[in-house]
Design a protein around this ligand. Structure first.
Ligand code: SF4
Length: 365
């Protein structure tokens, strides 16, 4: 077993990231094999249960209402629609459904109650359920846990320093506090970030310092390559080089040895060979389905063909942790508190976000 360290420094992580590629691959693959079955990959399906119209200004996100990106907003999906999609995902080989809502934070009320019903419904299908709903309080995390939630996703996105260059409407500490609220329950933590947003290598290392010093470390860490969508502030960013992705995955594997490292957005830009190198470097989770919230993703059949070619198998649900019990709403220990938490709004000016917002305004007239 590899030692779990919570005291990684940026310098140490940079040293790993910059190792000669063959050394880096060997070191990461060695740790990967000690901790995980190298031929098993966890497959999740990401479902956008409430798309678009978001009040935030995340520079990478086509769902922010202020940018003109052509994403059409929709209301929260019904419980039955979600269950039907989950069944389809299960038939396609997914062991987990991750439900994403374009919200700044969860608000107590009928919509959150509906999400809790979705969680109960999917857990009863014997699938792992994950939610990504924005910032949540401890009480909301407890209610999700009771409903049978397996994981909660809340990405740190980048280093604390670079985060301020991408988002002005919410703060890094709020993200850490949300992760902390999830940690007070038995729900596992999924947290990672995005590369290719114009950050430097120090920022990538800084994000890994923040993730690795969490105690316990996240059970799952998505590494996304930016998909630059027209109309967003980051529309002109160049596609991430496959070598950067491999280095990032390998470094993540070394500093987060037990975590499932997920190859997330940006896989359509990668060849099968590139993805195979990422699996060798320690990635052991992917998102399946032809869409990742609003951006394209490889077709499920393509992924299954790739698995066959590489002799890999999808991971069975609840391999890493037992299935949570579902407590029905009527038996709930945790009632809605109707909280109005004061999450911060730094609102500093980010030039490119302002430009994209102005363009969005003009195009919407
Ligand atoms: S990333 Fe989430 S919070 Fe940010 S704009 Fe998109 S949907 Fe909203």
């Amino acid at each position: 077993m590899s030692e779990i360290r919570h005291n990684w420094t940026k310098e140490e992580i940079l040293e790993i990231y910059n190792r000669p590629m063959m050394e880096l691959l060997y070191d990461a693959a060695t740790i990967h094999r000690k901790q995980h079955d190298p031929n098993v990959v966890q497959v999740s399906t990401l479902l956008s249960i409430k798309t678009g119209g978001c009040s935030e200004d995340c520079g990478y996100c086509p769902q922010a209402a202020r940018y003109h990106t052509g994403v059409e907003g929709n209301d929260l999906m019904s419980v039955n629609q979600v269950k039907a999609q989950a069944l389809r995902a299960k038939a396609g080989g997914s062991s987990r459904v991750c439900m994403g809502a374009a919200w700044r934070n969860v608000k107590d009320g009928p919509e959150f109650d509906q999400v809790l019903e979705m969680v109960r419904g999917i857990n009863k299908l014997d699938m792992e359920v994950c939610c990504t709903l924005g910032m949540i309080t401890e009480n909301q995390a407890q209610r999700l846990a009771e409903a049978g939630l397996y994981a909660y996703n809340h990405n740190l996105d980048s280093s604390e320093e670079y985060y301020k260059e991408v988002i002005s409407t919410r703060g890094y500490q709020d993200r850490l506090d949300t992760i902390d609220n999830v940690r007070k329950t038995n729900v596992t933590v999924c947290s990672g970030g995005i590369i290719g947003m114009g950050e430097n290598i120090e920022d990538r290392a800084g994000m890994l310092v923040a993730l690795s010093t969490l105690d316990p470390q996240p059970e799952s860490t998505p590494i996304n390559a930016l998909v630059a969508v027209e109309g967003t502030p980051l529309e002109d960013e160049k596609p991430v080089e496959i070598w950067d992705m491999i280095r990032m995955v390998a470094t993540t594997r070394i500093v987060l040895p037990e975590t499932q490292v997920r190859l997330s957005a940006g896989r359509t830009q990668m060849s099968r060979e590139g993805q195979a190198m990422c699996f060798f470097a320690g990635a052991n989770s992917i998102f399946a389905g032809d869409k990742l919230l609003t951006t394209p993703n490889p077709d499920v059949n393509e992924d299954m063909k790739m698995f066959e070619l590489l002799g890999m198998n999808p991971q069975k649900p609840f391999t890493k942790k037992v299935q949570p019990q579902t407590v029905e709403a009527v038996d709930s220990e945790f009632e809605s508190l109707g909280e109005k938490p004061k999450w911060t709004r730094p609102e500093h000016k980010i030039e490119r976000n302002e430009v994209a917002k102005q363009k969005g305004k003009e195009l919407k007239v």
